[in-house]
Design a protein around this ligand. Structure first.
Ligand code: ACO
Length: 333
């Protein structure tokens, strides 16, 4: 039976690192508060002349190299992003061009922090249906460009980056076992960025406090309520995906969660009976990178040589919408 396998993994974080102490110079916060409440110690910030597609291109190029493939071997590019270069054309089409590809389909998907989990489910379905043999799936974000840098409730939580995987359809054991996705739009007011905006272009640089940001998009969040809902729904969805695909909790080797808050991550790991060593943890190093967060966490444990062939990974995410979901993967690389 044709299965979708992850055959290449990549990631990219912008050079500029902003520590909690750096942030405390911008808003009324402290390293101690941020560490204790979220587990975050620093975040990476995109350069003034970079676009989301630049981060995505670098992560995608590393994933291709890891798979031993060139762009000409790819049948489609999908980019999950909330912070596209422009409203259109898609960031995926920019990435295709920057990687030197032409002709094959490329499109974006939007499920905020759950974008990669949604994307993996979508692409897996299309590949099982025989539409593509090899797909480059990327999660990429420039969250720093849609933050209100004077709102300490939100600006301390996010960072910029990109993570990528190359997927291959082949008649071989292992690979993506299956996915579960959910959305409930009635919660939209708890986590949103609502105004029309010029996109995540460099001239929309929110870090430059001289920028007149009035009327443009900024993340708004009722943190406490999001926190409670996220813990409950993530606990439910991880159990649901295990039951649906008949995988025992005891068979799990890795939790690869969306990196929003260390306390949410620990709560989900505890529900699954997993130790800290079995959880991919990157929130401290680069905060919440939204759609890039799950593939960057995967890249982190993969590059450290920790993921072994045959192991079972559970990927999960929770996002504005609310949109949430999980994927089960048997590692086959
Ligand atoms: N520095 C210092 N103090 C702060 C800061 C800050 N950066 N932010 C808030 N505070 C203060 C508040 O004003 C409040 O003060 P008060 O008691 O005097 O009113 C106090 O700290 C406690 O605030 P809470 O909001 O209750 O803090 P909490 O422990 O809930 O932590 C946090 C807040 C970190 C935002 C947490 O609620 C959280 O992680 N929520 C979920 C985030 C998430 O998962 N988002 C989903 C994904 S994001 C996406 O989809 C785009």
């Amino acid at each position: 039976m044709m299965q979708t396998h992850i055959i290449g993994v990549g990631g990219y974080l912008p050079e500029h690192v902003m520590s909690n102490d750096d942030l405390a110079k911008v808003v009324d916060t402290s390293d101690e508060w941020i560490r204790e409440r979220t587990g975050i110690t620093q975040r990476h910030i995109i350069a003034k002349d970079e676009y989301t597609s630049d981060l995505a291109t670098r992560a995608g190029a590393q994933a291709l190299e890891d798979a031993g493939l060139s762009i000409n071997d790819i049948d489609a590019i999908v980019v999950a992003t909330t912070t596209p270069d422009m409203i259109f054309p898609s960031t995926a089409s920019m990435v295709q061009h920057k990687l030197g590809g032409k002709g094959f389909p490329a499109w974006d998907i939007q499920a905020v922090c759950s974008g990669f989990v949604y994307g993996l489910a979508q692409v897996d379905g299309m590949m099982r249906g025989g539409m593509f043999q090899r797909v480059l799936l990327i999660g990429a974000e420039s969250m720093s460009r849609i933050l209100d840098w004077q709102d300490r409730n939100t600006c301390v939580l996010f960072g910029d980056g990109a993570g990528a995987v190359v997927l291959e359809s082949r008649d071989d054991e292992g690979g993506i076992i299956g996915s579960v996705l959910h959305c409930d739009g009635s919660y939209r007011d708890l986590l949103l960025a609502k105004h029309a905006h010029p996109g995540a272009s460099p001239h929309n640089n929110r870090l430059d406090l001289n920028t007149d940001a009035a009327g443009v998009a900024a993340v708004e969040m009722k943190g406490n309520e999001v926190f409670r809902f996220a813990v409950t729904k993530l606990g439910e969805v991880v159990k649901e995906v295990l039951e649906k695909y008949d995988v025992q909790q005891s068979e799990l080797d890795w939790l690869v969660p969306h990196q929003a808050n260390i306390r949410i991550l620990n709560a989900t790991a505890k529900k699954l009976g997993l130790s800290t060593e079995q959880v991919a943890l990157t929130v401290a190093k680069h905060a919440n990178t939204s759609a890039a967060s799950v593939p960057l966490a995967l890249n982190d444990i993969y590059r450290a040589g920790k993921v072994k062939k045959g192991q079972v990974l559970l990927l999960e995410a929770f996002a504005g919408g609310f949109a949430w979901g999980a994927n089960l993967v048997r590692w086959s690389k």
